[in-house]
Design a protein around this ligand. Structure first.
Ligand SMILES: [Zn+2]
Length: 96
């Protein structure tokens, strides 16, 4: 835990208003596995367990929702392709 922990940084105000700035003030983040490191990116990877570590704690949920959304789309596409495959290829073979 760094001495700067909890100190308000200018980026926080911009973040709240929705303005995204590429470079963040370097800050120590702690992974779920307990590994701590300094990062200046919103999303970085733990050097020990390769898990995603977020600069802003609340980003975790946002990214999780995003990835769930993407997974949902992939499942829908796979389901659709399976349906098309069944309709166009498997059905004629079965009914032949
Ligand atoms: Zn880790």
């Amino acid at each position: 835990m760094g001495a700067d922990e909890g100190k308000p940084v200018p980026i926080a105000d911009n973040y709240r208003t929705g303005i995204r700035i590429m470079s963040l003030a370097p800050k120590e983040v702690t992974c779920r596995c307990g590994h701590s490191f300094i990062t200046d990116r919103e999303r970085s990877w733990c050097g020990k367990c390769c898990d995603a570590v977020y600069y802003h704690e609340k980003d975790k949920n946002r990214y999780r929702n995003n990835s769930m959304y993407i997974v949902g789309i992939i499942i829908a596409v796979v389901t659709f392709l399976t349906y098309v495959f069944m309709e166009l290829i498997a059905s004629p073979l079965l009914s032949a």
